[in-house]
Write a protein that binds this ligand. Structure first.
Ligand code: SAM
Ligand code: DTB
Ligand code: SF4
Length: 364
């Protein structure tokens, strides 16, 4: 049975169980609801990279920090389709297009993204987008273009969120997820561990996700990739034991959800990842790049699958392929733009911004 009334205390109690007992319990839940021999393989395509106006403390794509990623304008539909076809040939069932945007804006770029969604839908992959905040009418237009999933992470607990991002609030994130829920598009929402948050914060995020009705269809658990130049550049690599605990706990409180072992796998051993699969992780991002940071080579992942007796899941295992519905005429939706966070600041983010400015001045 799926429960929507988990409390932080109950979730913490699960998270803090003796590790092997926790993994055993999670594995039992996993087997009840999923085929444990299958792992869904997703591929990320960064369709618009860098130059983002937000101040997310973990993100190398925020324009205000000095990171050495290569920025790029919106890719063409053909480029994206070619990459998606290559990913499909290597076993991917879902393609997730990511854009370094605060929110979607009406106009030619959004029309181009809608065209990408239609084209990828036609090649029979589950199409996912992560484009920042969305209005209800934008969510509907993505649904009509044949979108399968929308990724919008809560990232952490409501309390710790205030220490990480000042330019938009938790409420804004929840509102976008709500807007997606008004369509048939499935919700992908999770977070990051290793940003300096406490176990209480991790449990708090799981409360926010598990009390949604329905619970998100997929929950990515990322381990922070600490990128030089961001306010989190000095964070230590998250312990694999914390990752296993987080995955197992997510598995137990959201038994029907697809739990994705997401960013941070380059720092994990094969044995560590095997334990994550045992604890209920049933999806990974494959391909040697996430959005801007490295990820294990696909051949290495397939070798690990072979050792562990795992196989990639076929597309649409858990839902039908969305139909591409005739386009409605886009309407101006300025009226439902309500998000904002005036006046909120975070010292670490300000320091990283100032450091970046100083580096730019020295280089000028
Ligand atoms: N701009 C959109 C947004 O923020 O919703 C979409 C792209 S954003 C890069 C998608 C997610 O990637 C973030 O919500 C965050 O959870 C994850 N992410 C970004 N940088 C990361 C990092 N350094 N380590 C781990 N996860 C990260
Ligand atoms: C998610 O939860 N993780 C992915 C995807 N959703 C968009 C992104 C991870 C990004 C890691 C840092 C980077 O490569 O820029
Ligand atoms: Fe921009 Fe998204 Fe990165 Fe935040 S996480 S800085 S919104 S690209």
């Amino acid at each position: 049975m799926v429960r929507h009334n988990w409390t932080k205390e109950e979730i913490l109690e699960i998270y803090n169980k003796p590790l092997l007992e926790l993994v055993f319990e999670a594995a039992q839940v996993h087997r009840k609801h999923n085929d444990p021999s299958e792992v869904q393989v997703s591929t990320l395509i960064s369709i618009k990279t860098g130059g983002c106006p937000e101040d997310c403390g973990y993100c190398p794509q925020a324009a205000r920090y000095h990171t050495d990623i290569e920025g790029n304008d919106l890719m063409s539909v053909n480029q994206v389709k070619a990459q998606a076809l290559r990913a499909k040939a290597s076993g991917t069932s879902r393609v997730c297009m990511g854009a370094a945007w605060r929110n979607v804006k009406e106009g030619p770029e959004f029309e181009q993204v809608l065209e990408m969604v239609r084209e990828l839908n036609k090649i029979d992959v589950e199409v996912c987008c992560t484009l920042g905040m969305l209005t209800e009418s934008q969510a509907k237009r993505l649904a009509n273009a044949g979108l399968y999933a929308y990724n919008h992470n809560l990232d952490t607990s409501e309390e710790y969120y205030k220490e990480v991002i000042s330019t938009r609030g938790y409420e804004d994130r929840l509102q976008t997820i709500d807007n997606v829920r008004k369509t048939n598009v499935t919700v992908c929402s999770g977070g990051i561990i290793g940003m300096g948050e406490s176990a209480e914060d991790r449990a708090g995020m799981l409360v926010s996700l598990s009390t949604m009705i329905p619970q998100p269809e997929s929950v990515p658990i990322n381990s922070l990739v600490a990128v030089e130049g961001t306010p989190m550049e000095e964070q230590n690599v998250t312990s694999i034991w914390d990752m296993v605990r987080m995955i197992a706990t997510t598995r137990i409180v959201m038994p029907e959800t697809l739990v994705r072992l997401s960013a941070g796998r380059t720092e994990m051993s094969d044995e560590g990842q095997a334990l994550c699969f045992m604890a209920g992780a049933a999806s990974i991002f494959a391909g040697d790049k996430l959005l801007t940071t490295p990820n294990p080579d696909i051949n290495k992942d397939m070798e690990l699958f072979k050792i562990l007796g795992l196989k990639p899941t076929k597309p649409y295992k858990k839902g039908d392929k969305p139909a591409i519905v005739d386009e409605e005429v886009p309407t101006s939706n300025k009226a439902d733009l309500k998000w904002s966070r005036p006046g909120h600041t975070i010292d670490k983010n300000i320091a990283a911004t100032q450091k970046a400015k100083a580096i730019r001045n020295t280089n000028a």
